[in-house]
Design a protein around this ligand. Structure first.
Ligand code: S3P
Length: 430
């Protein structure tokens, strides 16, 4: 346990931060770079614990991966040379590694045994296991194969057509990765668009993939070609400092080279609706992914309802959006976000607990929360639930509380944002 006591700031936040690499894209770069024969160089890789677990999984499958800071060099003999892992693969806290790897490993005839930390162990895996079994993969494990640890023996799979019953990029991606090795065509239909980094990167690596609005088709026709990846900054990490600038009066921050893929920019659209002063500059597209610099200047905000198709576009930002809502004028209702209950922790319960501890008027609902603003926040001792985004919510809250905030354990932050406190110091030290 690593406790941290944080004090409110007495002056506006100022400065420029370069946000670390996107977690979702970093995972996918290691996966596709390992599947492709040849050398793939990944720049601005997120060296957080989750993505490091993805690297070690592929090393266990026989791929040579060398990391120097945020630059990763993958030398792979190609997917056909993957070897049966001698040890169980450990995915730590990483839901993305787990779901995507179950899909990918379904393409291989050898036995893989996979497990994670106690928090990942209670998260649902049946959402990928059920469709992958119908493709022919043999998957078994705890709770009738719905929870880790699991065993997977893949190979000889056949493409299916599958309409996603949950709004999940992880499920979509698991099926697309399985589709790379399945006979025939695998078609995934998603009623609501979710992050599309897998599709973008599969195209860049030369896969036989077609995307038409909400339908994706993939086949095993093309083998992947090694392709260098430049990972944009993670908008889900940037979100903590975007909100910081939006709630500390007089602040002005610039966040450099942040990913601006439309499937991820719900938080920017939301802030604009709330009346924020937010601008984007230096926009470019690399490897099918948009990026640019985000500038935000403090201004008063009004509450808006958050529901429907925007939810998957800001799902990981909801904890910090809840804090934002406490500082907006009026009542914010968040709906259609039941998925939060099966994230790293039950994020509806955790957010409501943290913000209630700090004195905010907030109520949980079955699929979201109701937050009344504008609220004055006191300090207090906050439980972080071993969830990186809940710990960072607590830390950013401390900027505007009346007294100190004590976080019971900040170690989870290393999952997605190892430099988080350095960055906090950078913008709070005049
Ligand atoms: C992710 C997808 C989302 C997101 C998670 C990362 C991904 O999960 O919450 O942090 O990299 O595909 P779901 O697909 O389960 O919604």
């Amino acid at each position: 346990m690593s406790v941290k006591k944080l004090f409110p700031v007495t002056q506006p936040l100022k400065g420029t931060l370069t946000i670390p690499g996107d977690k979702s894209i970093s995972h996918r770069a290691i996966m596709l770079g390992s599947l492709a024969k040849g050398t793939t160089i990944v720049e601005n890789f997120l060296a957080g614990e989750d993505c490091l677990n993805t690297i070690s999984s592929f090393q266990a499958l026989g791929v040579t991966i060398d990391r120097q800071g945020t630059r990763v060099t993958i030398n792979s003999a190609g997917a056909t040379n993957f070897k049966e892992p001698t040890e169980p693969l450990y995915f730590g806290n990483s839901g993305t590694t787990a779901r995507l790897m179950i899909g990918l490993l379904s393409g291989f005839p050898f036995l893989s045994v996979i497990y994670g930390d106690p928090f990942l162990t209670v998260r649902p895996m049946d959402r990928v296991v059920v469709p992958l079994k119908s493709m022919g993969a043999k998957i078994d494990g705890r709770a009738n194969g719905s929870m880790l640890p699991l065993t997977i023996r893949g190979g000889a799979t056949k493409g299916i057509t599958y309409t996603l019953p949950v709004k999940s990029a992880q499920v979509k991606s698991a099926l697309l990765l399985a589709g790379l090795f399945a006979e025939g065509t695998t078609t995934v239909i998603e009623p609501t668009l979710t992050r599309n980094h897998t599709e973008n990167m599969l195209k860049a690596f030369g896969a036989d993939i077609q995307v038409t609005h909400n339908e994706i088709k993939i086949s095993n026709k093309n083998s992947l070609q090694a392709t260098d990846v430049q990972v944009p900054g993670d908008i889900s990490s940037a979100a903590f400092f975007i909100v910081a600038a939006a709630i500390v009066p007089g602040s002005s921050l610039v966040l450099k080279s942040v990913g601006l893929n439309k499937t991820r920019t719900g938080i920017i659209d939301l802030l604009l609706q709330m009346g924020a002063h937010i601008t984007i500059s230096n926009e470019k597209t690399i490897g099918g992914e948009q990026l640019g610099d985000i500038s935000i200047v403090y201004t008063k905000l009004k509450a808006v309802d958050i529901e429907g198709d925007i939810i998957p576009r800001l799902i990981d930002e909801i904890p910090i959006i809840a804090l934002l809502a406490t500082q907006a004028e009026g009542t914010t209702t968040i709906r259609d976000a039941k998925e939060l209950r099966v994230k790293e922790t039950d994020r509806i319960a955790a957010v409501v607990d943290v913000l209630t501890t700090l004195g905010a008027p907030i109520e949980a609902t079955e699929d979201g929360m109701i937050i009344h603003g504008k609220a004055e926040l006191s300090g207090g001792k906050v439980s972080t639930y071993n969830d990186h985004r809940i710990a960072m919510l607590g830390a950013i809250s401390s900027l505007i509380t009346k007294e100190a905030v004590v976080l019971d354990d900040i170690s989870s932050i290393a999952v997605s944002y190892p430099q988080f406190f350095e960055h906090m110091d950078q913008i709070t030290t005049p």
